[in-house]
Write a protein that binds this ligand. Structure first.
Ligand code: MTE
Ligand code: MO
Length: 247
């Protein structure tokens, strides 16, 4: 992956107009479009082979509307016992005092942020459904910093298309930048109104209603902006799971 520091001033749109609450979810349910594209994308990827950009993105990004909010639940709908700890390797021990989040790659202003730095930024709270492909779901409240606010400070280059997330347990994920910039994509440090516990990804994890559970990395230590996907795309994706994994 190339790094092109200070090439172009960012022209990524950063307006925070979140007022257009449109029932995207209802449309997807009615049309069955989410399931259809997952199946079709996987099939097409198999047939066409190694595309430079995942085939699914071409279809799913047509459906995905980056500025539309996913309807949220109310706090009395939280299901505190339903969020299963789903950790494939181990729970890393991370000191919140020495912890740093690095944001680098194709950005004009690389960052290294402490938890105190992050907690000074606006706190967003949302109650959403976490969906794991292993057949369970849970309504959870997450609190944290909007990733778009962090990226606004880091200033992605105009070429930026993808974002990689690296975790302290060796887990890694890549996302399309539109989903990363979605106003409900958070770097969370609270769960159900309490500080996030280590087993759930402390000190900092991804939370978002626009991606399936395996895209929601726990223990994130590095966010890398890039214009190209590497051969490695994600811990589960590299074992055959679908890359876009939108919901
Ligand atoms: N770093 C890391 N992130 C991860 C995982 C993991 O094993 N390691 N598991 C993923 C999966 S499949 C799911 S469903 C959610 C589970 O989050 P939870 O353990 O907080 O319920 O974390 C995701 N993020
Ligand atoms: Mo999962």
């Amino acid at each position: 992956m190339s790094q092109e520091p200070n090439q172009n001033p960012s022209d990524v749109e950063l307006e925070t107009d979140d007022t257009d609450l449109v029932p995207r979810r209802r449309f997807l349910t009615l049309a069955g479009a989410g399931l259809l594209t997952i199946g079709f994308g996987s099939l097409a990827e198999g047939l066409v082979g190694n595309l430079s950009e995942p085939f699914n993105q071409q279809i799913e990004s047509l459906i995905f509307q980056p500025h539309q909010l996913v309807p949220e639940f109310s706090v009395n709908e939280i299901e505190p016992d339903k969020l299963i700890v789903n950790t494939f390797r181990f729970t890393p021990a991370i000191s919140p005092v020495t912890y740093r989040l690095t944001i680098d790659g194709e950005v004009n202003n690389p960052l290294s942020l402490s938890m105190l730095d992050l907690q000074k930024l606006p706190l967003t709270s949302m109650v959403i459904r976490h969906v794991c492909v292993e057949g369970w779901a849970a309504i959870v409240q997450w609190g944290g910093v909007r990733l778009r606010d962090l990226l606004a400070i880091a200033k992605p280059s105009s070429q930026a298309k993808y974002v990689y997330f690296y975790s302290a347990d060796g887990y890694y994920e890549s996302w399309d930048i539109d989903s990363a910039m979605h106003p409900q994509t958070l770097m969370a440090y609270q769960k159900n109104g309490q500080p996030l516990e280590p087993s759930y990804g402390a000190p900092l994890r991804l939370a978002s209603p626009v991606k399936l559970g395996y895209k929601l990395s726990k223990w994130v230590t590095r966010i890398q902006v890039t214009s190209e996907l590497a051969e490695k795309r994600g811990y589960w994706e590299d074992l055959g799971y679908e890359w876009y994994a939108g919901i």
